[in-house]
Design a protein around this ligand. Structure first.
Ligand SMILES: [Zn+2]
Length: 699
């Protein structure tokens, strides 16, 4: 190891190190495996599940004891209290209770947590993966300038685009050669003070009159007087709308430097803090319509769905999402509308390519001028190996779908199979609630804001197909379009160690809002719960995999709420396994047919699973990449503090977690460090604090 590298690593506990504070990201990923010997241990691959109506395998019950190693909280959907704080609703939750009123962990939470480990350990399919989904990213501003305003036309069954580039000749692949394609309609006072106006007082730009859009609808045809203008700071030309009128209303005569035009109003709302203008799409040129291919339309609709999904929760919280609220901008019209299908008359921006001498081909269309655009590759394309996509047919189910159950499709699924085809399998395990048997004490807490996952942080979600993630690469080398990049694997929130630092889970200054929760009756560490799992028709290997996934070598499961903040680490111990002998049970009234199994038998099932994994994947069980990653994330107390990336040692009241990512990914002359998350098993040296300018900070 080089000297420089050694110096960067803190000796112990990041907070006390002289080399600078470092911390660990709350999550990392468990890698997938490729079979070395596909013909060995076929039950670890895909096959048809056994029937439910006769006994063909092991049937019985597992008795488990669950001990909390950190505070744990599982919310009850009942008895949620709402508190009004500064015009927003702050929610209080209590701990889950079973139908008899006992404090309990619901069977569904247990099942989810155990399935997660079982899937990772057995290299099963990605059951929670919208494989056809396409992620999106912000188009670079210099590319956004090339977008050409257009209007969608549907004539019979034919789809085309009517191009509306104003007075400027379209130059695909370049910025406009004359004034910007669409005219500007000055209608808003920016939510943040305009730098352009502040730096350019008394210019024609500064003196532009504000117009009112009252009575005008998005997409409406109107006419206008426009005037040529130069942007005083960025030096490009554009047409500014001076007068706007409905088609039947009169307009004054255009003056020098002015034009009278007809066009469509494109109103997308005041969706950015510094936005002051809407647009008028028009053209003074005779242009042929351009064909709008099905694939382009389909990708546009996926993109709109992605936008809507991304903002769904925030939109619901707003009184009027079409307008700004305080200093927060409005949501774009197409996000609020809730419609995804493209229709005749829609206004869009098109990225064009040259086609022959005078024609154009449409590469993609987007709803706004500085848009997000979909990546070429879908999430499914990024899965590696690609056969780990969610199981699709009844006769070919992975180990987890056969044991825990399977339903065809997901929320994005299209083309369901014929009615005669089986589309669900009930699974062969059922979990009881885990009832509290030893109360470790409780407390109430107003928690810090939980960040929502941002899968466009490529450096955290993707890795190269071969080799390790590298720091310092630019966005194109690490994004979803790069053929060499694959998804890192299954996301797991790491165990924080038994002693949590309240600074990391408490809301700063106890602030309450609609972004965070107050939780009541959090169970302290050392609380004990008990539950059972009934299983039927399991093969010995499947039962072994289940028992291993319960105990995971004494490592920690992550259950319930606030896992990124450190809550919810628990250990599970199998205390008893009882098998049912159906012949004995149904042949005799005197005997129950239940037989407790000794520890030797339990160990033998687990060993059978481990040996099957080793033979199929070609390495000793504990050397397999997925098992090593699970161990790295769930076994021991990590060497550094664990929290979301941020700019300062202390959590900030407003969250602002994105600033670390903005600074980290910064490109250009003075780039940010562009740090990639290490693989889970290498992830112990930690990340530095980074401010939004990409500088490392020590405070
Ligand atoms: Zn599956």
């Amino acid at each position: 190891m080089s000297k420089a590298k050694t110096q960067r690593r803190p000796l112990s506990g990041g907070a006390s190190s002289k080399q600078g504070y470092r911390f660990l990201n709350p999550y990392n990923f468990v890698r997938t495996l490729e079979p070395r010997n596909r013909h060995l241990a076929p039950l670890l691959g895909r096959c048809a599940p056994p029937p439910h109506d006769r006994y063909v395998g092991l049937t019985g019950r597992v008795y488990c004891r669950l001990t909390a190693t950190t505070p744990i909280f599982v919310a009850d959907s009942e008895d949620v209290c709402e508190e009004h704080v500064n015009g927003k609703i702050h929610r209080h939750y209590r701990f889950f209770r079973d139908p008899a009123g006992n404090i309990a962990i619901p069977g569904t939470s247990l099942r989810g947590a155990i399935r997660t480990i079982f899937e990772a350990a057995t290299n099963s399919c990605f059951a929670h993966f919208a494989g056809d989904k396409r992620l999106s990213y912000h188009l670079l501003p210099e590319l956004a300038l090339q977008l050409v305003p257009a209007r969608v036309r549907k004539i019979d069954t034919r789809w085309e685009l009517e191009l509306l580039p104003g007075t400027t000749t379209i130059t695909p692949g370049q910025r406009p050669s004359g004034p910007q394609y669409a005219a500007w309609v000055h209608v808003y006072d920016p939510l943040q003070k305009s730098k352009t106006v502040a730096h350019s007082p008394n210019t024609p730009y500064d003196r532009r009159l504000k117009l009112s859009l009252t009575g005008f609808a998005h997409g409406e045809l109107g006419h206008a007087i426009i005037e040529r203008m130069i942007h005083p700071r960025r030096n490009f030309e554009f047409w500014n709308v001076v007068h706007l009128a409905k088609s039947h209303q009169p307009l004054p005569k255009p003056g020098a430097n002015q034009l009278r035009v007809s066009g469509y109003l494109c109103i997308t709302n005041q969706n950015i803090e510094n936005k002051h203008d809407e647009r008028l799409f028009f053209t003074t040129q005779q242009l042929n319509p351009v064909e709008l291919p099905d694939t382009v339309r389909q990708k546009y609709e996926e993109l709109i769905a992605d936008y809507q999904e991304r903002h769904r929760d925030e939109v619901r919280k707003r009184r009027d999402p079409n307008r700004p609220q305080g200093t927060e901008p409005a949501f774009s019209r197409f996000i609020v509308e809730g419609r995804q299908k493209l229709t005749d008359g829609d206004l869009v921006y098109a990225m064009l390519d040259k086609d022959g001498n005078s024609g154009y081909k449409v590469r993609f269309i987007v709803p706004v001028s500085v848009p997000r655009v979909g990546f070429e590759r879908t999430i499914g394309d990024l899965l590696y190996p690609s056969d780990l996509k969610k199981c699709a047919t009844y006769d070919e189910l992975c180990p987890a779908c056969r044991v825990f159950g399977w339903v065809w499709g997901d929320e994005t699924a299209v083309n369901p199979p014929e009615l005669s085809v089986r589309t669900a399998y009930a699974g062969r395990v059922s979990f009881s609630h885990a009832v509290l048997t030893k109360d470790g004490g409780t407390f109430d807490e107003t928690l810090a804001i939980l960040a929502t996952p941002k899968p466009t942080t490529y450096r955290f979600y993707l890795r190269p197909r071969t080799g390790k993630p590298q720091n310092g690469q630019d966005d194109r080398q690490v994004d979803y379009n790069n053929q060499n990049q694959i998804l890192r694997g299954r996301k797991v929130y790491r165990h924080h160690g038994a002693k949590l630092n309240p600074q990391e889970y408490r809301s700063v200054n106890g602030a309450k809002s609609d972004q965070n929760r107050t939780v009541q009756g959090v169970q302290q560490a050392d609380s004990v719960f008990e539950f059972t799992i009934d299983f039927e028709n399991l093969a010995p290997l499947e039962l072994g995999a289940l028992l291993w996934s319960l105990q995971i070598e004494g490592w920690h499961h992550r259950i319930g709420y606030a896992k990124p903040l450190g809550f919810g680490s628990v250990q599970i111990k199998v205390v008893r396994v009882s098998l049912l002998d159906p012949t004995e049970r149904y042949a005799s009234f005197a005997r129950s047919g239940w037989h407790d199994q000794d520890q030797k038998q339990i160990d033998a099932w687990i060993k059978e699973f481990k040996q099957a994994m080793a033979s199929r994947f070609g390495a000793a069980f504990e050397m397999l990449a997925n098992i090593r990653d699970l161990k790295a994330l769930l076994a021991d107390k990590p060497p550094l503090p664990v929290h979301y990336p941020r700019s300062s040692r202390q959590p900030q009241p407003d969250g602002k977690q994105y600033e670390w990512f903005v600074g980290n990914k910064r490109g250009g002359k003075n780039p940010g460090p562009r740090i990639a998350l290490p693989l889970a098993e290498d992830d112990s040296a930690g990340l530095p604090l980074i401010d939004k300018y990409g500088d490392l900070s020590t405070e």
